[in-house]
Write a protein that binds this ligand. Structure first.
Ligand SMILES: *Cc1c(COP(=O)(O)O)cnc(C)c1O
Length: 365
């Protein structure tokens, strides 16, 4: 059996230790005589799996007691609709920051539901940086401020937490953290809502984590479909209907891996910084490779890069694949290459990539 170096943007690499544990428990979960995917979500065994996953996530992120953790389906894309549906019941205008493709999709969805005010954008700067704090201009009636912490496609990340304040006072800060959650410690209390699809840093596709401050559960628009309403999940332990039980279990194993094998998010951040810094250093040291993002806003999770000679793109990808380096093709909307360095991507994986890149440049540059 061979496990290759996987830089996929999502669904992304999983920690090998987690997959091994899942394999051990696949046919017979802890002597129960059946697999986790075959048991009732209402059974005490699964309830314990679900509760443990939530508690481990709370421990990792130090989630305060006045926040609820919801496990939903539909991905981060469904949350683009859930956010306005659940927060605009009291009126007001949703405010958004625009830093690229994912924030633009969130803005589009909100515009269908309530009209969105773009309170800051780096579109004119080619999305090579995030809007500066003094450039943000919220509308006077802002109901919330939404931003995408890490633009997975552009490779652009915030180096500060935006201030969510309108003329009327503090408003909830809402963050799409799909591609950066659990990569560093964060201060959850600065946010009203954090959401993230699982398939980058949490687990397999099919489950979505929503962390919401309790008082915000009362703001849904009337007629919000029950499966899109956060309060329904909060009131029913995220089991209003059959949840994606196996994805939930695997997410729980990833949380245990982060706590026990890695030692927590400060340790994870140190590893992630070493990985991304070494790759950016290799790119910057070469005239053959380039990354367009302003250094302060470079993502530690997704590193896009281009070759000076674009006609070598296909050869680069073919040779990379032969060298066991998978999924380096950039998103179809931007082209070039992208290496995603999520938590499960090891320092050895990144060293193998850098060695290949340097060798390719020597031979073809
Ligand atoms: C992947 C991603 C999404 C979309 O996630 P789905 O689970 O496919 O809906 C949204 N936002 C960001 C930042 C992402 O990285």
């Amino acid at each position: 059996m061979t496990r290759l170096h996987n830089f996929c943007a999502g669904p992304a690499a999983m920690p090998a230790a987690v997959l091994e544990r899942a394999r051990e428990e696949l046919l017979d979960y802890q002597g129960q005589g059946l697999s986790v995917m075959e048991m009732s979500h209402r059974s005490p065994t699964f309830e314990a799996i679900a509760a443990r996953a939530e508690q481990d996530l709370r421990d990792l992120l130090a989630i305060p007691d006045n926040y609820r953790v919801l496990f939903m389906q539909g991905g981060a894309t469904m949350q683009f609709a859930c956010v306005p549906l659940n927060l605009l019941g009291g009126g007001g205008t949703p405010n958004y920051l625009d830093t690229g493709i994912w924030s633009t999709k969130a803005i589009k969805e909100a515009s269908h539901l309530g009209g969105a005010h773009v309170a800051g954008s780096s579109r004119e700067a080619g999305y090579a940086q995030v809007p500066r704090p003094d450039e943000l201009a919220l509308s006077g009636d802002a109901a919330y401020l939404h931003y995408c912490h890490n633009e997975t496609i552009g490779g652009l990340a915030y180096d500060y937490v935006p201030e969510a304040r309108s003329a009327q006072g503090d408003i909830p800060l809402v963050c799409d953290m799909s591609s950066s959650i659990l990569s560093t410690p964060i201060d959850v209390s600065q946010y009203g809502v954090i959401y993230a699809g699982a398939q980058k840093n949490i687990g397999p596709a099919g489950i979505t984590v929503v962390i919401v401050r309790e008082d915000l559960l009362e703001r849904a628009m009337p007629h919000t479909p029950s499966l899109l309403g956060w309060k329904v999940y909060a009131d029913n332990a995220s089991m209003i209907n059959t949840p994606p039980t196996y994805a939930w279990y695997l997410a729980g194993l990833v949380f245990q891996w982060l706590k026990q094998d890695i030692g927590g998010l400060a340790e994870m951040e140190a590893i992630n910084r070493r990985k991304s810094e070494s790759l950016y250093a290799a790119i910057d040291a070469s005239d053959f490779y380039a990354n367009p993002i302003m250094p302060a806003n470079r993502s530690i999770m997704n590193v896009p890069f281009t070759l000076a000679d674009e006609s070598l793109n296909a050869t680069f990808l073919e040779e990379a694949e032969s060298a066991g380096l998978l999924n380096l093709k950039g998103h179809r909307s931007v082209g070039g290459m992208r290496a995603s360095l999520y938590n499960a991507v090891s320092e050895a994986d990144v060293r193998a990539l850098i060695t290949f890149m340097q060798d390719f440049e020597r031979r073809r540059g």
